[in-house]
Design a protein around this ligand. Structure first.
Ligand code: NAD
Ligand code: GLY
Length: 365
């Protein structure tokens, strides 16, 4: 099976994204020339560690690294200060030095927390991402956004901090639950809507093969998504413009996740519903036709994702939660809206009545 390497170009912080099957076996070899220090703190969780940790540790030891492992409980509701401190404690108690590395083995939760720990410890130590969910492979592990949740809002505390390498082993997706796999597909569909109409059509045609986790199809999928993300991040690392497009559906989605209680609606599920609400808002604003909204909704449905939000929150609850989004500027909610498939822009000054109308149109009866 082919291994594909994609560079993310950020000057002296550039790094490779390596995509292929069975890459965990050779992880140590890959990292050896890259990392000067020999200490690696491997962060994982109680679900991923029993499946993949031994293989990773063996590979790292064979290449002369020493390791300490931190196994966090599993779930979005542990992505907080209390559990971030467990990474700090283990790193400091084991007298790790500045040349040490934090390696994230897991999904976006482990990756975001580990990256933020790496950004803060000793004012910055090496960071390596080994993402094991579809969502973290196509999105969260690439581009350097790290952080934790606050009870009042998602990902409100964090830092931009780039990894030294991202290694994604497509085989790890075989053990992922269907619900988590579909959650990742929301971010995949996002790239089609904001950036690449041909890729959107490809997803429409190939969803059955994707859901069967066909290896060649998955490699193509990961490579396409990571190429788009690498392009966007290289243009706008700190999200002063273009990168905000990657947040399509997220302002709605984060509000849904926060209101439902972290972990009850998965990140990708919130984003999926949010992208439909954003498309509806775009239609209300005359930016796209209703047929485009229906096409987006159908693809999301075909990916086995939910298409409407829980009905126990009012549009006012959503507006309040959306008002705490990181994109709020001068007190105004900013949202990404699609035009034709493959095109999107950031908008502010949208009347709240129209936002509420879009939310109500896609909330459960
Ligand atoms: P997650 O990390 O909670 O993983 C989902 C589930 O899959 C968990 O139960 C996990 O233990 C399990 N799992 C992971 N790998 C597995 C495997 N190979 N086999 C079996 N089970 C496995 O969630 P996620 O969907 O990966 O990521 C969501 C998080 O990522 C959210 O916190 C979101 O805010 C964040 N995120 C960050 C960025 C970014 O740019 N930093 C982008 C998108 C999302
Ligand atoms: N997931 C959005 C971004 O990385 O900017």
């Amino acid at each position: 099976m082919t291994i594909k390497t994609l560079p993310l170009l950020l000057g002296d912080r550039s790094y490779d994204i390596v995509i292929g099957a069975n890459l965990l076996e050779s992880l140590g070899e890959r990292l050896q020339p890259l990392l000067l220090g020999r200490q690696i703190c491997v962060v994982s969780n109680k679900t991923v560690a029993p499946i993949y940790l031994a293989q990773v540790i063996d590979s790292l030891h064979s290449s002369g690294f020493s390791t300490v492992e931190i196994i966090l409980p599993d779930g979005e509701n542990y992505k907080n200060w209390e559990y971030l401190a467990k990474i700090f404690d283990a790193f400091i108690e084991n007298s790790f030095e500045r040349s040490a590395t934090i390696l994230a083995l897991g999904g976006g939760v482990v990756g975001d927390m580990s990256g933020y720990a790496a950004a803060s410890l000793l004012r910055g130590v090496n960071f390596v991402q080994v993402p094991t969910t579809l969502l973290s492979q196509v999105d969260a592990s690439v581009g350097g956004k790290t952080g934790i949740n606050h009870p009042l809002g998602k990902n409100l505390i964090g830092a931009f901090y780039q990894p030294k390498m991202v290694v994604m082993d497509t085989e790890t997706l075989k053990t992922l639950s269907p619900r988590d796999f579909s959650s990742g597909l929301a971010e995949v569909i996002k790239y089609g809507i904001i950036w690449d109409a041909d890729f959107f059509s490809y997803l429409e045609k190939n969803m059955p093969a994707i859901l069967k986790k066909d290896a060649a199809t998955l490699t193509h999928l990961l490579y396409t998504c990571c190429s788009i993300k690498a392009d966007v991040v290289a243009q706008d690392e700190r999200e002063t413009g273009t990168r905000a497009l990657l947040n399509l559906g997220h302002t709605f989605g984060h509000a849904i996740e926060t209101l439902a209680g972290y972990g009850n609606i998965l990140h990708g599920e919130g984003v999926a519903i949010g992208m439909i609400m954003a498309a509806q808002l775009a239609q209300i604003r005359g930016l796209c036709d209703q047929q485009t909204v229906e096409r987006i909704k159908q693809l999301i449905k075909n990916a086995n994702l939910p298409v409407s939000a829980p009905n126990h929150f009012s549009p006012d609850d959503y507006l309040k939660a959306m008002g705490r989004d990181k994109k709020v500027s001068a007190g105004k909610i900013r949202v990404i809206l699609n035009g034709k498939i493959g095109q999107a822009k950031i908008y502010s000054d949208i009347p709240h009545s129209q936002i509420k109308q879009a939310i109500a149109a896609h909330s459960e009866e």
